[in-house]
Design a protein around this ligand. Structure first.
Ligand SMILES: Cc1cc2nc3c(=O)[nH]c(=O)nc-3n(C[C@H](O)[C@H](O)[C@H](O)COP(=O)(O)OP(=O)(O)OC[C@H]3O[C@@H](n4cnc5c(N)ncnc54)[C@H](O)[C@@H]3O)c2cc1C
Ligand code: SF4
Length: 512
């Protein structure tokens, strides 16, 4: 049963074994596993329930509809744009389908430095296997690698850099290239067409337009969740309460800590909202003589891992990934004005982007803002991370030139740096990448309710249960103990699965 609370209006009072907040990579998996395990489950999702026919492939229509704050979420100082989904299926509806398990070296570091002895590859194998089966994770075929990704591979191979074609979760993909705006062909195996229907079939009651405002746990035990029915325009259309002994909070790494802070919960160690990592990314754009049409085909299939070696240093490094922005986004993020800007945009069809994504050590924080829909996000890139971004951009330029680019644009603000073939690209490292100096984005906020063995330095224990509140679990990207250093959807879904199975196995504890 999927009910639009905004259309229904009025007030609602429900009781459930488990209340799941959010229906993205963590929440949808937890809800399906719990419902199939025999628990009565209520899912509360603030956004609407879209179907394939709603995805019009128009960025001007889709961006404001699909993303938090209409696609305008950003850090408090405006230096980093943050993209997060706001609908049934969460950010998985918009992601680009790279599928990676948590790297072994990261798990080892989490065991050794964060008191999480339980997180061995063997212990996590059943959860990974279940998630990958349901999402249909397979190797991307050679004939599915588009021109944009072939350019990145050509450049990397010429320079002898390590890279590979990844796995993904698409079935029957027609290679339209619109993944970020939602898949009109139901080919992307997002939560929207996998775990959410499974939860629904298993009897979960799923409410959309249901924005949780507060979680109540008097005396350190879960009691109820309260919030508002909200219309598409943000108007309040009623209120709800859900009584449950167990709550799985999976509202993403910005909203989850905001909700805990507003509720005055789980912050005994002062860690809620701290330790924010963003995997900040900056795009270098190569301009070629020939048409590239990088927006056609599967957007990301190649992955350059030459500049990250987690086995020798699990704390830092950078990944290079092909990327193309839609024309409106490209226009917004291309620095410059007037004729100069228009000249750059005229070459749009001949461009290929390569982004540097940083495995960041910088720690920011999330605080509650003026309203529930606009938490305050603070993040200031540290010097060592800034250096890595600058080095990563230099390598992006190297790869693009090696692949045949005639020019490479580095998005310094307000004036971009335009490098011609043969120019000295070390100009990038000379200029550096200080905080706010470059157009920067994040699609992977994480670690704001981090997992750890020590309640003084973490928010949740090894199975996602808050140290301070019995029956309150967190199962989204906010539990990562550190930056992941890899695409995060499979790790997030794995934590959703693992938390659900832990709750099922220990159910008796929550009924007494
Ligand atoms: C553009 C983009 C591209 C990406 N590409 C990749 C990729 O290729 N590979 C990869 O591994 N990862 C990728 N990711 C990241 C991946 O999608 C995330 O790791 C994953 O979806 C995070 O899951 P989550 O459960 O933490 O949050 P989300 O999936 O964002 O879900 C959170 C949900 O909670 C809801 N919510 C928030 N607040 C409330 C509230 N108060 N009440 C009720 N509901 C609430 C939100 O509406 C949302 O639906 C990408 C992300 C984006 C945005
Ligand atoms: S590229 Fe494939 S998965 Fe992405 S939107 Fe098009 S059909 Fe869907």
């Amino acid at each position: 049963m999927i009910v639009s609370l905004s259309e229904r209006g009025g007030d609602l009072a429900l009781t459930a074994d488990v209340c799941v907040i959010g229906s993205g990579a963590g929440g949808a998996v937890a809800a399906a596993e719990l419902a199939e395990g025999g628990r009565s489950v209520v899912v509360l999702e603030q956004g609407p329930h879209w179907a394939a026919r709603d995805f019009s492939q128009r960025e001007d229509e889709m961006l404001p509809k699909l993303f938090e704050e209409g696609g305008m979420r950003q850090t408090l100082d405006g230096a980093v744009q943050i993209l997060q989904g706001r609908n049934v299926g969460g950010s998985t509806v918009h992601n680009l389908c790279y599928c990676f398990r948590t790297p072994d070296a990261i798990l080892r570091m989490w065991r050794e430095e964060h008191g999480l002895e339980e997180l061995t590859p063997e212990a996590l194998e059943p959860s990974f296997a279940r998630v990958e089966k349901e999402l249909g994770v397979v190797q991307i075929r050679e004939d599915e690698v588009n021109e944009l990704n072939r350019i990145a591979r050509r450049g990397a191979e010429k320079l002898g850099y390590s890279g590979f074609v990844t796995k993904h979760n698409r079935k029957g993909c027609v290679q339209s290239g619109y993944c970020l705006l939602g898949c009109s062909y139901d080919a992307k195996q997002s939560m929207l067409i996998t775990y959410v229907p499974r939860a629904d079939a298993a009897g979960a009651r799923i409410y959309t337009g249901a924005r949780v405002a507060r979680i109540e746990a008097p005396g350190g035990r879960m009691k109820r969740v309260v919030g508002h029915a909200i219309g598409p325009d943000g108007s309040l259309r009623g209120s709800f309460e859900v009584k449950a002994n167990v709550v799985v909070l999976a509202a993403g790494a910005v909203n989850s800590p905001d909700l805990l802070l507003r509720s005055g919960l789980a912050n005994g160690g002062g860690q809620v909202g701290e330790n924010l990592h963003l995997h900040p990314s900056v795009i270098a754009t190569g301009i070629f003589d020939e048409e590239v049409h990088g927006y056609r085909g599967i957007p990301q299939s190649y992955y350059i891992d030459e500049f990250i070696d987690l086995e020798s240093d699990p704390h830092s490094g950078a990944i290079l990934m092909p990327i193309i922005e839609f024309p409106g986004m490209a226009a917004a993020t291309t620095p410059g004005f007037g004729r100069a800007h228009s000249a750059l945009m005229r070459d749009y069809g001949k461009t290929a982007g390569l982004l540097v994504l940083l495995h960041d050590q910088t720690s920011g924080r999330v605080r509650s803002g003026d309203s529930l829909s606009k938490p305050s996000i603070e993040y200031e890139l540290e010097e060592r991370d800034a250096q890595q971004i600058a080095e990563g951009l230099l390598h992006c330029a190297e790869v693009l030139f090696a692949a045949g680019a005639r020019q490479v644009l580095i998005p310094y603000k307000p004036e971009p740096l335009m490098l011609e073939r043969g120019d000295d690209i070390t100009e990038i490292t000379r200029r550096g990448a200080r905080h706010g100096q470059l157009v920067t984005a994040s699609t992977h906020p994480q670690s704001t309710c981090r997992m750890g063995g020590d309640p003084g330095s973490s928010v949740v224990g090894p199975f996602g249960e808050c140290h301070d509140v019995e029956g309150l679990f967190v199962a989204d990207m906010s539990v990562f103990p550190t930056s992941l250093g890899a695409p995060p959807q499979i790790t997030t879904a794995m934590f959703g699965d693992r938390t659900a199975h832990h709750i099922l196995e220990n159910w008796k504890r929550f009924t007494t």
